[in-house]
Ligand binder design. Structure first.
Ligand code: MG
Length: 387
């Protein structure tokens, strides 16, 4: 029985993770779960897993949860990033599953790695911002960082048993997001509802906006760089509207291996939770004849400025990926709240990349400093665009 702590249980990937755990109760035991501010959902998740401890995002959420019943008060270890660390240390699980959204996931991921606990992570923002430090710590502690992101699960499966010298190119597939077919001149006017209508995947709001701008794919390029030690020249992105092929690896002998499956997050989650083993499952079944049409093309130039900014930040290195990510988090938050137009998202990111001083990162404090500066500049820019 594998003991699991789940961070970010009330989000979309977190909910899918709980479904996988419920479906395979003979394999996995949930010993802890951490949610943000949705205490009603967190409370019902606690009810489903009576032996588990929990943590919440804020002091206010802590008050609301503990006032829902004495049992929640007994089981909740606290609020904020520190509480997530406490949850991990008190339950000492075999695996931490990180389904948090955003930079906030960096500290708890590091805490798990430092405690020698393997981490399965869907939290690409933490890898983008803290890739180098996470990789180094994980190497020192000999702790695996296991991907949950479908593209990275696909890459890891394609690479199994091969050496990195044999890899010519890794192709990360992208659906192209909700606005892929909108005429270029109309994209700027897209509202929140248009952007949240993803054609193939059903996901949380932040990542669905990130898919429409395709910054998500830029973050995934960086995630692949860190997780698989891949130089950027060996990573390419192709548009694949059907989201059936989750990524491909081309080898030096010219052969290409692709990994396929229906776009259902429970599949990569199950793979990550069972790693390095494989568990037989009937969670999602498909026949190869269900996928008669698979197409691949280059991303259209000029359609995805955020994607291009992400690739530039990746190549620049240092604190640029952190700055890009933090500015994007601010911009997406403002867009979802109706305070920023879709076409202004890349303006906010480009401004932060230009104005935050470019520096190398020498430790965690450097990352947090760049994060603070990028957010401050992004908020000012969002405010000025509003006037
Ligand atoms: Mg993905």
């Amino acid at each position: 029985m594998k003991k699991i702590v789940l961070l970010g249980s009330t989000g979309s990937v977190g909910g899918n993770t709980l479904e996988v755990v419920k479906h395979h109760r003979d394999e996995f035991e949930l010993v802890g779960l951490a949610g943000g501010g949705n205490v009603a959902r967190l409370g019902s998740q606690c009810d489903l897993f009576p032996g588990s401890l929990c943590a919440v995002g804020t002091e206010d959420a802590y008050r609301r949860l503990t006032s829902m019943g004495a049992d929640y008060g007994r089981r909740c270890v606290g609020y904020g990033e520190e509480a997530m660390e406490r949850l991990i240390l008190e339950t000492s699980p075999d695996l931490v599953v990180n389904c948090l959204v955003g930079f906030v996931g960096l500290r708890p991921t590091l805490a798990a790695v430092e405690a020698g606990i393997p981490v399965a992570t869907a939290n690409k923002e933490a890898i983008v911002a803290g890739g180098e430090i996470l990789k180094t710590k994980a190497g020192e502690k000999k702790v695996p960082l296991i991907p949950i992101d479908s593209e990275h699960v696909a890459i890891s499966q394609c690479l199994r048993g091969r050496s990195m010298e044999e890899v010519r190119k890794v192709y990360i597939t992208a659906s192209g997001g909700a606005l892929r077919e909108k005429p270029l001149g109309e994209i700027g006017k897209a509202g929140v509802e248009d952007v949240l209508r993803h054609p193939t995947w059903n996901m949380g709001e932040k990542i669905t906006v990130d898919s429409a701008t395709m910054i998500n794919k830029g973050l995934e390029v960086m995630e692949a760089h860190w997780l698989f030690d891949l130089p950027y020249r060996k990573i390419d992105v192709v548009i694949h509207p059907q989201s059936i092929v989750h990524s491909l690896v081309e080898f030096e002998d010219g052969s290409i291996i692709a990994q396929m499956g229906v776009p259902d997050m429970r599949l990569p989650i199950l793979h990550a939770l069972s790693y390095p083993d494989m568990i037989a499952s009937d969670l999602a079944n498909s026949r190869i004849t269900d996928f008669p049409d698979l197409s691949f093309s280059e991303p259209e130039p000029g359609r995805y400025p955020c994607f291009e900014l992400a690739l530039q930040a990746a190549k620049r290195g240092g604190n640029s990926p952190t700055v890009l990510n933090s500015a994007n988090e601010e911009a997406v938050g403002a867009f979802l709240a109706g305070r920023l137009k879709f076409r202004q998202i890349p303006e906010v990111i480009a401004d932060a990349l230009e104005r935050v001083e470019q520096r190398d990162l020498h430790g965690l404090e450097d990352i947090f400093r760049s994060d603070r500066e990028a957010r401050e500049i992004a908020r000012m820019k969002i405010g000025s665009l509003n006037n």
